[in-house]
Design a protein around this ligand. Structure first.
Ligand code: COA
Length: 265
């Protein structure tokens, strides 16, 4: 096939299947049986594990590492470095490359930033964005058009459904369920005063908690293990474990029934 630019310092495995107009920079390491689409640019020091499939028009930025069997759909941008605004509350500085564990699947038009690590077998839906320095476990689902802001931690098997907004400095523990269009917040000062920097904290959602469609969660709160927040609620106070909360502001109406607890699934 013609029109492929492979730098002489790139190391390419067996059974490489590139489409025309791919560009592979210096010190890239490509495993065995890798497929790369048209108009793909793989920047220096990227590593692609065995069996990776990269779609058309994908850019993989410097230093990113994709484990074996990752699938990246068309027009995704992986390992992008952020350009921060002058008043951004996010930390600046150098970032290591993006890391995707084995078997991850990345949808089209997604943007995953440098300095973030995904465990194995994660799924990122089309049009989702995950910012820098996030730490994401195994088997996590980040749904279509979800935004995950910087410095967020997401535990294994957690699912975030379409359109949800996970703000910076949030922790979602393992087996958390975030329904579509949930909004989390981290700044009660809404960008004003110096004092706000001491309070800039997202929520902590403990293991197995479930947050229903369109719920809003105020900054700094803790949502207890296995709690259930009913759709449309606004959470303004910490939530006890296993509490079923409803309304605006959210109030506990009962406990989550035993048959819904993780240990009984
Ligand atoms: C909690 C939930 C299961 C309903 O619980 P429920 O106790 O079975 O609710 P019921 O239908 O029996 O209604 C009980 C009362 O609460 C009200 N109610 C029900 N859900 C409510 C909600 N989310 N917010 C405010 N009030 C609600 C009902 O109007 C009813 O009021 P009434 O007694 O004055 O008539 C439901 O609100 C919910 O959040 N489901 C989750 C949906 C979701 O987000 N799924 C995510 C994947 S898509």
């Amino acid at each position: 096939m013609s029109g492929i630019l492979v730098h002489p310092e790139a190391v390419i495995g067996d059974d490489f299947k590139p489409a025309p107009f791919a560009v592979i920079d210096e010190r890239v390491r490509v495993g065995n049986n890798v497929t790369v689409g048209s108009f793909v640019h793989i920047h220096p020091d990227v590593s692609l594990g065995d069996g990776c499939i990269i779609g058309d028009n994908v850019t993989i930025h410097e230093g990113a590492s994709l484990g074996a069997g990752c699938v990246v759909s068309d027009c995704a941008v992986l390992g992008k470095r952020p350009k921060l605004g002058k008043k951004s509350t996010a930390k600046g500085g150098e970032l290591p490359g993006l890391v995707l564990g084995d078997g991850c699947s990345v949808g089209s038009h997604t943007v995953l930033m440098a300095g973030t690590t995904f465990g194995s077998d994660c799924i990122v839906g089309d049009g989702a964005g995950v910012r820098e320095r996030c730490v994401i476990g195994d088997n996590v689902v980040v749904g279509r058009a979800v935004t995950v802001e910087n410095d967020t931690t997401i535990g294994s098997r957690t699912k975030i459904q379409s359109g949800a907004y996970i703000t910076a400095y949030v922790t979602l523990e393992e087996d958390v369920f975030i329904a579509p269009m949930v909004v989390t917040t981290n700044d009660n000062y809404m960008g004003r005063t110096q004092e706000r920097f001491d309070h800039l904290r997202g929520c902590i959602v403990r293991r197995g908690a479930r947050i229903g469609g369109g719920v809003h969660v105020l900054p700094e709160l803790e949502i207890g293990e296995e709690a259930f927040i009913a759709t449309g609620a606004v959470v303004t106070r910490d939530v006890p474990p296993k509490a079923l909360m409803m309304g605006v502001p959210a109030k506990q109406v009962r406990d989550v029934p035993d048959e819904q607890l993780l240990e009984n699934q």
